[in-house]
Design a protein around this ligand. Sequence first.
Ligand code: NAD
Length: 263
Amino acid sequence: MSREITQSVALVTGSARGIGKAIAQRLAQDGHDIALNDIAANADQLEATAEEIRATGRRVTTVIADVSVEADVNAMVAKVAQDLGELNVMVSNAGIARVTSLLETSVDEWDQVMGVNLRGTFLCYKAAAEQMIRQGKGGKIIGAASIVAFRPFALLSTYSASKWGVRGLTQGAAMEFAKHKITVNAYCPGIVGTAMWELIDEKLAKEEGMEKGEALKKYSEAILMGRVSVPEDVAKLASYLASPDSDYMTGQCVLIDGGIQFS
Ligand code: NAD
């Protein structure tokens, strides 16, 4: 079921693959025109995603940008407004994970994870809000937090701290932007079968002396709904958060994890 959106432009960062791609596809299906973003290393996948969405009849633009770099983020938002007319929905989805014991985490690794996940979200929220305030029509800002923003996973302390930060940022931004009719919410997935979890499984299995695939199996035992999440589960929530149906919701970080953690 689509949400029948009219005249809306949605930007999804980190949308060449995984959850970001599923969100972009779902928002296109709902009727938003779509701006896709990823880093240069994923340019081919990004163009392939753009072609898939274009084929459905929606207007699509792509922007290569690193969300941890302020100039990139500002140029990205300006290009989206130039190519598609305005920006009405910002989905700050791009993120990276590093599986390392806190004792072995270097300052560089800490900065890398915080740079993409937390500074990147801050920069995207800020640039999107500036654009939306200029337009004067309100808007929807959506962040990617995680189950680890409620209960961290061991060996993912830095990642967990970054997502806990996204939760705080989302609440603060909601308080500041409400007067501009901009809502700010975040989705908090649990265990989604994407490239990110392939990496987490591989590293966790190595750290805990297990075979590949066993860490995912072990952590998945806690899922009440009895299956690992797929990106489309998260896209359905993002669809709601991007639509007028969620106009009375702001500052919320919504768990979508099949019932691992209760808020
Ligand atoms: P993924 O690794 O499959 O995709 C992430 C995308 O972001 C990639 O295409 C990557 O190239 C892009 N990206 C990375 N750094 C970037 C940067 N600096 N600038 C722009 N793009 C960048 O990951 P995913 O599983 O699809 O995760 C998407 C989001 O959801 C992330 O923020 C992640 O932390 C969050 N999340 C994922 C899970 C999960 O189980 N997979 C759970 C909770 C939260």
